[in-house]
Design a protein around this ligand. Structure first.
Ligand code: 3HC
Length: 291
C-alpha cells in the first residue's frame, strides 16, 4: 500500500509540527482538531513556521503556498478515513486516545496503519482496544517537530514486521532519522531524558544552584542546546508531569517520581513557555528566573 494521504489527530504543538513535515515531504494531510477555533490556532502555527522558513530563504513564498494547500483542516474525525496512515498527537490521556482509535477503527479500511505519538503510555494499551493491533505502532516525534531529526518507531508485541517496516520507511520519507525501539514507557529518549530533567528540579528544590546557573552548567559543561529547566519550560511542565506520573506508575522507581515543586507549578497553572511562566517568566524581552 502506497501512502499518499496522512491523517493527523490533534493540531497542537506536536500535531501541527507533524502535519507540517508531512506536507513538506509531499503528502496530502488531513488534520483534525476538536473545534474550528483550535483548528485555526493550529493552522496559524504552521503558517508562522513556514513564514520563518521563507524569511530565512529556505523555501520560496510559492513553496509555502503549495505546502499549505496540501493541508486540510477538519473538526470531523471521520474525514481522516481516506488516509493510509493516521498519526494521533493529542494529550497524554489514555481514555481519549483509545476513544479516538476505536472510532477510527470502525470507519477506516482494514489496511490503514494507526500510529500514536504518545511519549510515555504503552502503545499496546491503546492498540489492544482496536481490531488492528497488528497494524498499530508508535511514531514518537520530538519538539520542535520541524527541527528535531529523530522519530522513535515503536514496535509492540503485536505489530507485524510489514507495519513496522512501512512506518519506518514513512519516517525516512519525512526526512527524519528514525530509530527502532520496544514498547516500554518512555522508549529510548524519555527513559533517559525525564529522570535528568526531574533531577534538575530536585537540584532547584535542594538549593544546589540558581535556576540560571543549573541551565548554564549543562549548556556550557555538556554542550546541551538548552539547560534542563529551559527545556522543561519548552516541553511544558504539565506534559512533563503527566509523563513522569505514567513512567513512575510503570517502573515504580524514585527517579521517575515527579518532584513536589513540579506538581506545585502545575497546580498553579505555570506550565512553562506556553503559559508565559514556569521556571522562567517570559513576559519581558528575555526570560528571567521566576523562582
Ligand atoms: N519551530 C520550528 N522551528 C524552530 C523552532 C520552532 N519552535 N524553534 C527554532 N526553530 C528553528 C529555527 O528556525 C532555526 O532553523 P535554522 O537552523 O534552519 O535557521 C533552528 O531551529 C535553530 O533555531 P534558533 O537559532 O532560533 O535557536 P536555537 O539555536 O536556540 O535552537 C532549538 C532552538 C532547535 C529548539 C534548540 O534550542 C534545541 O535543539 N533545543 C533542545 C530541544 C529538545 O531537546 N527537544 C526535545 C524535547 S523532548 C521531546 O520532545 C519529547 C517529548 O515526548 C517530551
Amino acid at each position: 500500500m502506497e501512502i499518499k494521504t496522512v491523517g493527523v489527530v490533534g493540531c497542537g504543538l506536536m500535531g501541527s509540527g507533524i502535519a507540517q513535515v508531512c506536507a513538506q515531504a509531499g503528502f496530502d494531510v488531513i488534520v483534525h482538531e476538536l473545534n474550528d477555533d483550535l483548528l485555526a490556532k493550529g493552522l496559524a502555527k504552521i503558517d508562522k513556521n513556514l513564514s520563518r522558513l521563507v524569511k530565512k530563504e529556505k523555501i520560496a513564498e510559492a513553496d509555502k503556498a503549495n505546502i499549505l494547500k496540501k493541508i486540510t483542516g477538519t473538526s470531523d474525525l471521520l474525514r481522516l478515513k481516506s488516509a493510509q496512515i493516521i498519526i494521533e498527537a493529542v494529550s497524554e490521556d489514555i481514555a481519549v486516545k483509545r476513544s479516538i482509535f476505536r472510532t477510527l477503527d470502525e470507519e477506516c479500511p482494514p489496511e490503514t496503519i494507526f500510529a500514536t505519538n504518545t511519549s510515555s503510555l504503552s502503545v499496546i494499551e491503546i492498540a489492544a482496544r482496536t481490531n488492528r493491533a497488528d497494524k498499530f505502532c508508535g511514531l514518537h516525534f520530538f519538539n520542535p517537530v520541524p527541527v528535531m531529526p529523530l522519530v522513535e518507531v515503536v514496535r509492540t508485541i503485536t505489530t507485524t514486521d510489514a507495519t513496522f517496516e512501512q512506518a519506518f520507511a514513512f519516517a525516512k520519507k519525512l526526512g527524519k532519522k528514525p530509530i527502532s525501539c520496544k514498547d516500554n514507557s518512555g522508549f529510548v529518549v524519555n527513559l533517559l531524558l525525564v529522570p535528568f530533567m526531574l533531577d534538575a528540579i530536585r537540584a532547584v528544590e535542594n538549593g544546589v544552584a540558581s535556576i540560571a546557573d543549573i541551565d548554564k552548567g549543562m549548556q556550557l559543561g555538556c554542550g546541551h542546546p538548552m539547560g534542563p529547566l529551559t527545556l522543561l519550560d519548552f516541553v511544558g511542565l504539565d506534559t512533563t508531569y503527566f509523563i513522569a506520573n505514567i513512567m513512575f506508575d510503570e517502573y515504580r522507581e524514585q527517579r521517575y517520581a515527579p518532584p513536589p515543586l513540579l506538581k506545585r507549578l502545575v497546580l498553579a497553572g505555570h506550565f512553562g513557555k506556553k503559559t508565559g511562566r514556569g521556571f522562567y517568566d517570559y513576559s519581558g524581552d528575555e526570560p528571567v528566573a521566576a523562582l
